[in-house]
Design a protein around this ligand. Structure first.
Ligand SMILES: [Fe+2]
Ligand SMILES: [Fe+2]
Length: 278
């Protein structure tokens, strides 16, 4: 695939505009001309409509970051389709894995705790410990997925890699990963956050140039702050979870969404979520 993965970004002005999309949850690709009304079709259509709406906005998009759960069932053909759609935008992009990219669930009709979780290797196009550099920023992409599990992890090796990288380069830094690293007051999903988060935060203390962290997984918009870092979670391009619910619940009212991040050359960040037009 030409130009993938992107590792250098340059822009003609004072900032980089990043489009974050997450939790696409596509199943087997369907014929887009067919009138398929199944869930798989909904997520595929929703992903493509979100992407189209974002790229039609009056904002130059310099980079698309896809923060995991690209699929709901691991099949190379589904990734082929997603990568073809992203490639067709002619915008640099980068994708990392979520739990659903390395785990299939057997017994989807059963309550969650009765399902069998089956480990799957990540598609080779999903990135791990990947750096995208610009003149003024460094973007550090991590794979927080664990094969056969819903929860994630920032491994000791990931933390060492981050520390080494942040010590070697003092440009403002953004970290992107799938799993959330600050609890969001929702018991069922907080059980499945990134393990090792406390160690991660302890080790990040010396790095004041770490400015922003983006993640997915929780299918909702959240903004948190810790140690001077702004931590953003972003809605799914398909279905949403109810914020602050201690038991699993969909948020039927919330529309699919996406996030813009504008990283200014002086290290400042502006970010907001947009929802699909109805
Ligand atoms: Fe997800
Ligand atoms: Fe997830």
């Amino acid at each position: 695939m030409p130009n993938y993965p992107v590792s250098k970004i340059s822009t003609p002005d004072e900032q980089i505009n990043i489009l974050q999309i997450t939790d696409l949850h596509l199943s087997t690709p369907i014929d887009t001309d067919s009138n398929n009304t199944c869930d798989a079709g909904d997520c595929q259509r929703s992903f493509e409509t979100v992407l189209q709406q974002a790229l039609n906005e009056n904002i130059r998009c310099d980079l698309i970051i896809v923060t995991g759960d690209l699929v709901s069932k691991v099949k190379p053909a589904t990734y082929d389709h997603i990568f073809a759609v992203l490639q067709a935008t002619q915008t640099p992009f980068a994708c990392i894995a979520g739990n659903h990219d390395v785990t299939d669930e057997d017994g989807k009709d059963l309550p969650f705790f009765q399902r069998e979780l089956i480990a799957r290797p990540a598609d080779s196009r999903l990135l791990s410990r990947h750096v995208i550099e610009s003149d003024h920023w460094q973007l550090l992409l991590l794979d927080s997925s664990i094969m056969g599990a819903v929860a994630g992890e920032i491994t000791t090796a990931d933390i060492e890699w981050l520390c080494k990288r942040l010590a070697a380069c003092d440009k403002p830094a953004l970290i992107a990963l799938h799993h959330h690293i600050i609890p969001v007051d929702s018991d069922w999903i907080d059980i499945h956050m990134a393990q090792n988060a406390d160690i991660f935060w302890d080790r990040m203390v010396p790095f004041e140039h770490l400015q922003v962290i983006i993640s997915g997984h929780i299918h909702q918009e959240q903004v948190r702050y810790r140690q001077g870092v702004t931590v953003y979670s972003t809605p799914s391009t398909c279905y949403q979870f109810k914020p602050y619910s201690h038991d699993f619940a969909y948020d039927e009212e919330a529309l699919p969404g996406y996030r813009w991040l504008q990283l200014a050359n002086n290290g400042k960040v502006a970010s907001w979520v947009e929802r699909l037009d109805t």
